[in-house]
Ligand binder design. Structure first.
Ligand code: BGC
Length: 376
């Protein structure tokens, strides 16, 4: 009796531990859809919680899923391809039929999606393409070339005179989008570098290619390798400080800065803003992050490229539901990922600056005016 009692207690403790371990393992958030049994229908893997951009996507997924009939789970990879693969495997073990994934590293993620394909799971690349694998079925994306082109055009539209120092920054080389953003920007900027409107201030690789409008992947790699921020605000800040320390007065004054996204733009803007020899700067961004909207209102960041995440989430979930219902999702084009053409659905982007911030972001209910100071 006594022995049995102990055995029962031990069993209860074991069960308790098993339950706690299960709770700890599921760092993800279950979607609030009613679900179709005990498994998960759609697995969503996002790259990091450390950037507001992806926290924004998580929230928009949750909003969109609140009345979905299918069950979902969202996991974050925290900037690690190994963690990303673990996340995909955990979701495969839960029986997902569709995987929506934004890779941390577009090439390294091939292994994870190939594992999914082996399990007959439909793979949707979300915002970032996964390269050099035929295991990607669909790609939902913004027009990334247009993002870069819009940033470049903004710098041109706000340029006065000639020989304006131009500081170039790029995203992470492991992200295919960083190439598209830079390529889109370069094609618009290059003629204005060639005609003397801008002079490149911080990249010998870009200077060496300043006569070439259409850069191939290797040429882009060279420039991006030199001016990458790795999408990291700290790295951006350090690079900007190094650049400003190493240039003379002729590369200060009124300057133009191509910053690839909002997180990096705020860091770079802080550095340029605190250099007394920089009299004025125009700086780009993208993502319409709340902190950058405040910077735009405060005139510390010039513009952002607004990518309406609600549309991307709708497109991705719409595709997932079509697949689950046994239909072929609609696409509008395709992207070459190095292994073949991936069917894609693409969404347009919108330039936002101080002039239209209210009409584009507040009146459309993307954000509320009360989230900012200085907006009516
Ligand atoms: C996304 C951007 C984001 C960047 C850094 C890119 O792939 O398209 O919106 O700012 O990654 O996370």
């Amino acid at each position: 009796m006594k022995k049995n009692g102990k055995g029962l207690l031990l069993l209860m403790i074991l069960v308790l531990f098993a339950l706690m371990a299960a709770a700890c393992n599921s760092e993800g958030e279950e979607g609030s859809g009613s679900g179709s049994g005990s498994g998960v229908d759609v697995g969503i893997v996002l790259p990091t919680k450390d950037e507001p951009r992806w926290v924004q996507d998580e929230q928009r997924f949750k909003d969109a899923l609140s009345d979905s009939d299918y069950s979902t789970e969202i996991l974050f990879s925290q900037g690690s391809s190994a963690k990303e693969k673990e996340n995909v495997e955990a979701l495969l073990n839960k029986g997902i039929k569709v995987l929506i994934i934004t890779p941390h590293d577009g090439a390294a993620a091939a292994a994870a999606v190939e594992a999914a394909k082996k399990d007959d799971v439909t793979v949707i690349a979300y915002d970032r393409l996964i390269t050099d694998t035929d295991a990607v079925d669909y790609y939902v994306t913004f027009d990334s070339l247009a993002v870069g082109a819009a940033q470049a055009q903004y710098l041109i539209d706000n340029a006065e005179g000639s020989d304006i120092p131009l500081y170039l920054y790029a995203g992470a080389s492991s992200d295919n989008n960083a190439f598209l953003f830079f390529q889109g920007a370069w094609e618009v900027l290059q003629p204005k570098i060639a005609d003397g409107t801008f002079k490149i201030a911080n990249s010998s690789e870009a200077e060496a290619l300043s006569d070439t409008k259409e850069l191939d992947r290797d040429q882009l790699s060279k420039i991006i390798g030199q001016v990458t921020t790795n999408w990291d605000p700290n790295e951006s800040k350090n690079k900007a400080q190094t650049h400003l320390t190493s240039v003379g007065e002729d590369l200060k004054g009124d300057v133009a800065i191509l910053a690839p996204n909002d997180g990096t733009a705020r860091s770079i803007a802080d550095v340029f803003g605190s250099d007394s020899a920089v009299t004025d700067y125009t700086i780009t961004g993208q993502d319409a992050e709340k902190a950058s909207i405040q910077y735009i209102i405060d005139e510390k960041q010039s513009m952002t490229v607004f990518k309406d995440v609600r549309t991307l989430v709708q497109d991705a979930m719409g595709m997932a539901v079509e697949v689950l219902d046994g239909n072929e999702p609609e696409t509008t084009g395709s992207y070459d990922n190095g292994a073949g053409e991936v069917k894609a659905k693409q969404t347009d982007v919108i330039v936002v600056d101080k002039e239209n911030v209210k009409s584009e972001l507040i009146d459309t209910e993307y954000y509320e005016a009360s989230e900012f100071t200085g907006i009516e």
